[in-house]
Design a protein around this ligand. Structure first.
Ligand code: NI
Length: 128
Protein backbone atom coordinates (compact mmCIF):
# COMPACT_ATOMS: atom_id res chain seq x y z
CA UNK A 1 0.00 0.00 0.00
CA UNK A 2 1.33 3.38 -0.92
CA UNK A 3 1.87 6.02 1.70
CA UNK A 4 2.08 8.72 -0.95
CA UNK A 5 -0.36 11.48 -0.24
CA UNK A 6 -1.41 14.40 -2.37
CA UNK A 7 -0.88 17.86 -0.91
CA UNK A 8 -3.32 20.70 -1.45
CA UNK A 9 -1.55 24.05 -1.12
CA UNK A 10 -4.89 25.84 -1.38
CA UNK A 11 -6.37 23.86 1.51
CA UNK A 12 -3.21 24.26 3.58
CA UNK A 13 -3.13 28.00 3.05
CA UNK A 14 -6.83 28.33 3.85
CA UNK A 15 -6.33 26.44 7.13
CA UNK A 16 -3.68 28.86 8.41
CA UNK A 17 -4.76 30.95 11.37
CA UNK A 18 -1.88 33.43 11.55
CA UNK A 19 -1.13 36.16 9.03
CA UNK A 20 2.35 36.56 7.51
CA UNK A 21 3.45 33.29 9.11
CA UNK A 22 4.57 30.97 6.28
CA UNK A 23 4.53 27.20 6.79
CA UNK A 24 6.67 24.67 4.99
CA UNK A 25 4.60 22.20 2.94
CA UNK A 26 7.35 20.32 1.15
CA UNK A 27 11.04 20.27 0.33
CA UNK A 28 12.39 20.18 -3.21
CA UNK A 29 16.13 19.59 -3.09
CA UNK A 30 17.47 22.65 -1.29
CA UNK A 31 14.26 24.66 -1.54
CA UNK A 32 11.10 24.80 0.51
CA UNK A 33 7.57 25.05 -0.83
CA UNK A 34 5.61 27.17 1.64
CA UNK A 35 2.10 28.55 2.00
CA UNK A 36 1.08 31.76 3.70
CA UNK A 37 -2.05 33.74 4.48
CA UNK A 38 -1.41 37.47 4.31
CA UNK A 39 -3.19 40.80 4.66
CA UNK A 40 -1.63 44.22 4.92
CA UNK A 41 2.06 44.60 4.22
CA UNK A 42 5.11 42.65 5.34
CA UNK A 43 8.20 44.90 5.29
CA UNK A 44 10.65 46.28 2.76
CA UNK A 45 13.52 43.82 2.55
CA UNK A 46 15.85 41.98 0.19
CA UNK A 47 17.40 38.53 -0.01
CA UNK A 48 20.92 39.22 -1.25
CA UNK A 49 21.65 35.66 -2.41
CA UNK A 50 18.26 34.09 -3.10
CA UNK A 51 15.41 34.45 -5.57
CA UNK A 52 11.88 34.22 -4.13
CA UNK A 53 8.82 32.89 -5.97
CA UNK A 54 5.32 34.15 -5.12
CA UNK A 55 2.28 32.35 -6.56
CA UNK A 56 -1.18 33.65 -5.65
CA UNK A 57 -3.64 30.89 -4.76
CA UNK A 58 -6.47 33.20 -3.76
CA UNK A 59 -6.93 36.95 -3.67
CA UNK A 60 -4.58 39.59 -4.96
CA UNK A 61 -0.98 40.48 -4.09
CA UNK A 62 1.02 43.57 -4.98
CA UNK A 63 4.77 43.20 -4.77
CA UNK A 64 6.20 46.67 -4.40
CA UNK A 65 9.74 47.11 -5.69
CA UNK A 66 11.82 50.22 -6.15
CA UNK A 67 11.48 50.05 -9.95
CA UNK A 68 7.70 49.58 -9.74
CA UNK A 69 5.11 47.14 -8.49
CA UNK A 70 3.81 43.89 -9.93
CA UNK A 71 0.16 42.94 -9.40
CA UNK A 72 -0.72 39.26 -9.10
CA UNK A 73 -4.16 37.65 -9.25
CA UNK A 74 -5.15 34.02 -8.65
CA UNK A 75 -2.90 31.61 -10.55
CA UNK A 76 -0.30 34.28 -11.30
CA UNK A 77 3.27 34.23 -10.08
CA UNK A 78 6.38 36.35 -9.97
CA UNK A 79 9.97 35.66 -9.02
CA UNK A 80 11.66 38.47 -7.11
CA UNK A 81 15.31 38.30 -8.18
CA UNK A 82 18.00 38.05 -5.55
CA UNK A 83 19.05 41.42 -4.19
CA UNK A 84 15.89 43.27 -5.28
CA UNK A 85 14.20 45.14 -2.42
CA UNK A 86 10.52 44.27 -2.19
CA UNK A 87 7.46 44.65 0.02
CA UNK A 88 4.49 42.33 -0.45
CA UNK A 89 1.12 44.04 0.10
CA UNK A 90 -2.39 42.57 0.16
CA UNK A 91 -5.30 44.97 0.57
CA UNK A 92 -7.59 42.01 1.32
CA UNK A 93 -6.79 38.52 2.59
CA UNK A 94 -4.59 36.67 0.13
CA UNK A 95 -3.31 33.07 0.06
CA UNK A 96 0.16 32.41 -1.35
CA UNK A 97 2.47 29.62 -2.34
CA UNK A 98 6.15 30.50 -1.97
CA UNK A 99 9.30 28.78 -3.14
CA UNK A 100 12.39 29.79 -1.23
CA UNK A 101 15.76 28.23 -0.53
CA UNK A 102 16.26 26.73 2.90
CA UNK A 103 18.65 29.56 3.69
CA UNK A 104 16.15 32.31 2.83
CA UNK A 105 15.21 34.47 5.80
CA UNK A 106 11.53 35.41 6.11
CA UNK A 107 12.09 39.14 6.06
CA UNK A 108 15.52 39.02 4.46
CA UNK A 109 17.92 41.62 5.71
CA UNK A 110 15.53 43.22 8.21
CA UNK A 111 13.90 42.02 11.42
CA UNK A 112 10.40 43.21 12.39
CA UNK A 113 7.66 41.98 14.70
CA UNK A 114 6.40 39.97 11.69
CA UNK A 115 9.68 38.09 11.21
CA UNK A 116 9.25 34.34 11.65
CA UNK A 117 12.07 31.89 12.35
CA UNK A 118 12.55 28.75 10.27
CA UNK A 119 11.49 26.67 13.29
CA UNK A 120 8.20 28.55 13.36
CA UNK A 121 7.76 27.93 9.63
CA UNK A 122 8.42 24.20 10.12
CA UNK A 123 5.66 23.77 12.71
CA UNK A 124 2.90 21.33 11.69
CA UNK A 125 0.04 22.88 9.81
CA UNK A 126 -3.21 23.47 11.69
CA UNK A 127 -5.25 20.27 11.73
CA UNK A 128 -2.27 17.94 11.24
NI1 NI B 1 11.11 38.41 0.49
Amino acid sequence: MSTAKAISPASAAAALTELWSPRVLAEVDDAYVKVAKVKGNLAWHAHPDEDELFLVLRGHLRIEMEAGAVELGPGEMYVVPKGVRHNPVADEECHLLLIEKRSTLHTGDVVTEKTRSLDEQLRPLPGE
